[in-house]
Design a protein around this ligand. Structure first.
Ligand code: CP
Ligand code: NVA
Length: 305
């Protein structure tokens, strides 16, 4: 049984197979073809946090592939204490062909996967956002072709998106720099583990903006306060103020440098309108690609060819 609770549980070959599957399905889609590889299959989603892209791209993906979806809040699913997680996972896993969970707790998704008799996908937890990082690698491949050796600089918070991007970078051979205040860096244990598994990985953390962005191929940012961190928003606004991705920051990078953001964006905080709406921005190509990545991922997880 294949799951995607974190990119760490996949091999590099798995990641490349998912990206190739997404590429094939996107090319077909652009030719007007939506092969019904998952006809009659059911995707069930349980979300504890809001979502525009993840929920709707998975719903569209399973529909394009000929299947259908159901959506449950944590309360609907009974995960608020109505019954045990193990019982919910066993029951839903017997109706669905795949499950997507978006929760605060990474552990909850992993436990769910251990009881469900179908693939479980992490649709974002406090710690990881693997579907986003896969989509971002896919988007970088569209833009750059070969992404080995490309330099992605994530300016901001060492959050779930940054963590998953660092794993994707180590696996696929692009470099990853987290540039932000020291108190918000990624867990050293994650980077140590990645370096042990991928000795050639180029993973750096710094608070020095000019040095970090000087050679960047991509400057990436995300919200300063993630879902669940609303109470810290004011403190984070002042801590991250110098790290806003604006025209002056982009001007310190090479002219060819592209901008990425997973969305939703807090315009005027981590990024200005000029940058996110400007020609270097890939933010909406990333958002669109969530659909194609979701299709590729579902086809790969369910061995649909
Ligand atoms: N990027 C992303 O995961 O967006 P949503 O929170 O809208 O799903
Ligand atoms: N880091 C953000 C990503 C949203 C897609 C959050 O967790 O809220």
């Amino acid at each position: 049984m294949k799951h995607l609770t974190s990119l760490s549980e996949l091999t590099t070959a798995d990641v490349k197979a998912i990206l190739a599957s997404a590429r094939e399905l996107k090319d077909k889609f652009l030719d007007g073809d939506r092969p019904p590889l998952l006809r009659g299959r059911v995707l069930t989603m349980i979300f504890e946090k809001p979502s525009l892209r993840t929920r709707n791209s998975f719903e569209a993906a399973i529909t394009h592939l000929g299947g259908g979806s159901t959506f449950l809040s944590v309360k609907d699913a009974g995960l608020d204490g109505r019954e045990s997680l193990a019982d919910v996972a066993r029951v839903l896993g017997s109706y669905a062909d795949a499950l997507v969970l978006r929760t605060f707790s990474q552990r909850l998704i992993e436990e769910f996967a251990s009881y469900a008799a179908c693939p479980v996908i992490n649709g974002l937890s406090d710690e990881r956002h693997p579907c986003q990082a896969l989509t971002d690698a896919f988007t970088m491949q569209e833009v750059f072709g070969d992404i080995r050796g490309k330099r992605l600089v994530f300016v901001g918070d060492g959050n779930n998106v940054a963590a998953s991007l660092s794993i994707a970078a180590a696996m696929l051979g692009f470099s990853f720099t987290l540039c932000g205040p020291r108190d918000y860096w990624l867990d050293d244990a994650l980077l140590a583990d990645l370096r042990a598994k991928h000795p050639d990985a180029n993973l750096v953390q710094t608070d020095d903006i000019p040095c970090a962005v000087r050679d960047a191929d991509v400057i990436y940012t995300d919200v300063w306060a993630s879902m669940g961190q609303e109470a810290e928003a004011e403190k984070r606004k002042s801590d991250f103020g110098p790290y806003q991705v604006n025209t002056a920051l982009m001007a310190q990078a090479p002219k060819s440098c592209r901008f990425m953001h997973d969305l939703p964006a807090k315009r005027g905080l981590e990024v200005t309108d000029e940058v996110i709406d400007g020609p270097p921005s890939l933010a909406f190509q990333q958002a669109e690609n969530r659909l194609h990545l979701a299709k590729g991922l579902l086809a790969w997880l369910l061995d649909a060819r």
